[in-house]
Design a protein around this ligand. Structure first.
Ligand code: LUZ
Ligand code: MOS
Length: 756
């Protein structure tokens, strides 16, 4: 058996040489025009009138489109139809698109957009989710997950603590900003190149807005320069705008957002504010947990109801709690609609129970790790949504991490350091994670692949997976190479295109390699079986099961023959055997009944444990992460390089969310942190000095591709440990501190806490 486990990301050469193609790199067709959006300069108001006269008069301007120019439905909402493409009658957030200018050049388009004037009568602005809830501004009815009975359980709890916790949003900051390029095709059809995680979402929405059947719209995606959830739903409006312009003008139209436009107009990770109550028995067992989550959805549903659901699914992290009542409100505010972001509500829920545990630990005078460890999930334990933990790696990853990284030694070193240093303090924290793999909407857990074997023996693979830097194409290549047992060089990954693979789910939920990989495996196995029949005929072997293909050669009952892959493929072609196949995969076993809030929504769970060590400068409030040491449950990793990269990237992104990245909107709903000068993301100097990733010895899951567990989102949640490591360092300096549990723990907040 060939091993591909250390295959480098197949895009790495193109990336470092600057040869990889993104939307803005596509060679433009003759006659291409450029777009720019005019967006709302207030967060809420009646839209009385739009004056586009001056913009249209600017030389080089070709057209200005508004809601009045939409031939189909002026609607881009997915889960709930509550979001127009262009504001009409009302504006609901600062940055909401009102008009789309199309001009000869990008500069002219942008200049013209600034000449548009909108008459807007201001309405009251809400930015706070608790205020929205008070005023009845809910996106959808609240959801409640219940396990056991918290009401009676409190009586059995000698220790009960309650409090609040909140997490701010997070800017996706994909390196490639949003953008799209659409071209007219024959007979009124339109082809869209889009930087989207959801080609079908773009296709469907363009068809809806233009009043065309889906087959009239072709969406093609080569790769994205990052998505992180920000292009699951929110790549759509720009793609639909250029398609609308093509519809009217019959000319190619391109629109790439500038960074500040992107930051202002797009939604981000949902901020949350939450209440918690936790009850423990004398042995530190968590007996009861209650949480109420207020999600800041922004001005429209977007994906927030699904994000909200995942907050509830992950509200107990990797712990077993027998009595749980968790309620979540999706609150409508006048911010840009918030959306998917790596973890999809899970991190927001997990932060709250970690805060509850930290609060209990401080009150009881025990390390939080003692409470964490005593409550880790065991096999057969039930999650609040009814699914039972199968092969949980919570205890095993915790034990492996504390053993391998010598937690006792870390504790000793930390105390010794703190005993002799007055102005620097060290802290550490453990962060176990548990993340469910599958789209929580069961129907989305399906995928398809299309495989062509060309008659020279080379292979072309199309799937619904979108490459966004996560290495999914590399994994798809490995699937085909391993099933056929041929060299990697024989296989090419095609672009993701709605005419080759239809009705795709977005590349999201960490499930892309599983879903598309399984579909691809099915297609390849069908072709392999067909080729084996041809080989048996060629070699006059009675029993097809005696034929295998190994490393590009046909073997008959373990005997190498003179027949190689290329010859076999050509023979099949000459015999008029089909060399093309599709595969369809739908995750088995999963289901969820929303009326009961119970079911088995996840194919499996991913586990792991991180130990985060930090040093805080107690004069300045600044901090440096000395180390983050992780034991992660990859199952049987099919590509250790790609997978390790995902852990490191996810960790750093999580640390950024917990420490540096501070979104700031003013009371009028204007984004103040609207550029990289005012919004700080982790850089090479702020990442931990030492990151260690150990692969947990684990089985994997049959529902993971080649038993290699999904790896995209789970590591982000290791970053939550950063908050609690800093808190522990602060407590070493100021034992009386009352933790605010309001992430990010910026140096300013650290300083305030140190001298509280
Ligand atoms: N997107 C989605 C997701 O539509 N459903 C999900 O469950 C999900 N989970 C994580 C990330 N994106
Ligand atoms: Mo195009 S927009 O080059 O099909």
């Amino acid at each position: 058996e060939q091993t591909h486990k250390s295959l480098k990301n197949i895009d790495s050469h193109g990336h470092v040489r600057g040869e990889s193609i993104y939307v803005d790199d596509i060679a433009v067709q003759q006659g291409t025009l450029y777009g720019a959006v005019y967006d709302a300069p207030v967060a809420h108001g009646h839209l009385k009138h739009i004056n586009v006269r001056k913009a249209k008069a600017l030389p080089g301007v070709v057209a200005v489109f508004t809601a009045a120019d939409v031939p189909g439905e002026n609607q881009i909402g997915g889960i709930i139809p509550d979001e127009p493409l262009f504001a009409d009658k009302e504006v609901h957030f600062w940055g909401q698109p009102i008009a789309f200018v199309v001009a000869q050049t990008e500069d002219i388009a942008r200049e013209a957009a600034q000449l548009i004037e909108a008459e807007i009568t201001p309405l009251p602005v809400i930015t706070d989710p608790r205020e929205a809830k008070e005023k009845g501004e809910l996106i959808a009815p609240p959801r409640t997950f219940v396990l056991g009975d918290t009401a009676t359980a409190w009586q059995a709890c000698p220790h009960v603590y309650s409090g609040q916790a909140s997490t701010n949003g997070q800017e996706h900051l994909y390196i490639e900003t949003q953008g799209a390029y659409a071209c007219p095709a024959e007979n009124g059809n339109i082809k869209i190149h889009s930087s989207t995680q959801g080609p079908t979402a773009v296709q469907k929405t363009a068809a809806r807005v233009l009043g065309l059947p889906m087959h009239a719209i072709e969406v093609d995606v080569t790769r994205l320069g990052g998505g992180f959830g920000g292009k699951e739903d929110q790549a759509t409006p720009w793609a639909v705008m250029v398609a609308l312009a093509v519809y009217h003008l019959k000319r190619p139209v391109k629109y790439i957002l500038h960074r500040m436009d992107d930051m202002r107009m797009t939604g981000k990770r949902n901020p949350y504010t939450s209440d918690f109550k936790i009850g423990l028995d004398a042995n530190l067992k968590i007996i009861a947990y209650e949480a109420t989550f207020y999600q800041n959805a922004g001005a429209a549903a977007d994906l927030s109801p699904a994000v909200l659901e995942r907050t509830l699914f992950h509200c107990t992290n990797s712990y077993y709690v027998p009595n749980v009542t968790a309620t979540a409100y999706s609150c409508r505010t006048n911010l840009p609609p918030n959306t998917a972001f790596r973890g999809f509500g899970g991190p927001q829920g997990m932060f709250v129970i970690e805060a509850a545990i930290a609060k209990a630990a401080q009150a009881l005078g025990v390390p939080a790790a003692d409470i964490q460890q005593k409550n880790l999930l065991q096999a057969g334990d039930s999650f609040p949504y009814g699914q039972k933990a199968e092969n949980p790696e919570a205890v095993s990853s915790w034990s492996a991490a504390t053993r391998k990284y010598a937690l006792d030694h870390i504790a000793q070193q930390t105390n010794a350091f703190n005993a002799v240093n007055a102005h620097y303090k060290k802290g550490y924290a453990l962060m176990p994670i548990c993340f469910g793999i599958s789209f929580t909407k069961t129907l989305m857990n399906q995928a398809r692949a299309l495989v062509h074997i060309y008659h020279d023996g080379s292979v072309g693979v199309s799937t619904g997976a979108v490459e966004m830097g996560q290495g999914v194409n590399t994994k798809m290549l490995q699937v085909a190479a391993q099933v056929f047992s041929i060299a990697n060089e024989r296989i090419k990954l095609e672009t993701t295109n709605t005419t080759r693979v239809a009705n795709t789910s977005p590349s999201a939920a960490s499930a892309t390699a599983d879903l598309n990989g399984k579909a691809l495996e099915i297609a390849c196995r069908k072709l392999l079986e067909r080729l084996k029949v041809v080989a048996a005929e060629e070699l006059a072997i009675a029993n097809v099961t005696d034929v295998t293909i190994n490393n590009g050669w046909v073997h008959a009952k373990g005997q190498k023959t003179e027949l190689d892959w290329n010859t076999l493929v050509l023979q099949a072609f000459l015999k008029r055997v089909s060399l093309s196949e599709v595969g369809h995969y739908a995750t088995p076993r999963i289901h969820f009944d929303q009326s009961k809030e119970k079911g088995h929504p996840f194919a499996y769970h991913v586990y792991g444990t991180a130990i985060t060590e930090v040093t805080v400068d107690c004069i300045r409030g600044t901090y440096e992460f000395d180390a983050v040491k992780i034991v992660h449950d990859f199952g049987a990793s099919m590509n250790t390089i790609v997978d390790k990269g995902q852990i490191e990237g996810g960790l750093v992104q999580g640390i950024g969310w917990m420490t540096l990245e501070e979104l700031e909107y003013n009371k009028q709903g204007k984004l103040l942190s609207n550029a990289l000068s005012t919004y700080k993301v982790p850089d090479i100097y702020s990442v931990p000095k030492d990151i260690q990733v150990e692969f947990l010895a684990a089985e994997g899951s049959n529902l993971a591709i080649f038993k290699s567990k999904a790896v995209g989102e789970p590591p982000l949640m290791y970053g939550i440990g950063a908050y609690f490591a800093i808190l522990n360092a602060v407590r070493a300096f100021n034992p009386q501190v009352t933790p605010a549990f309001d992430a990010p723990f910026t140096p300013e907040k650290v300083l305030t806490a140190l001298y509280e």
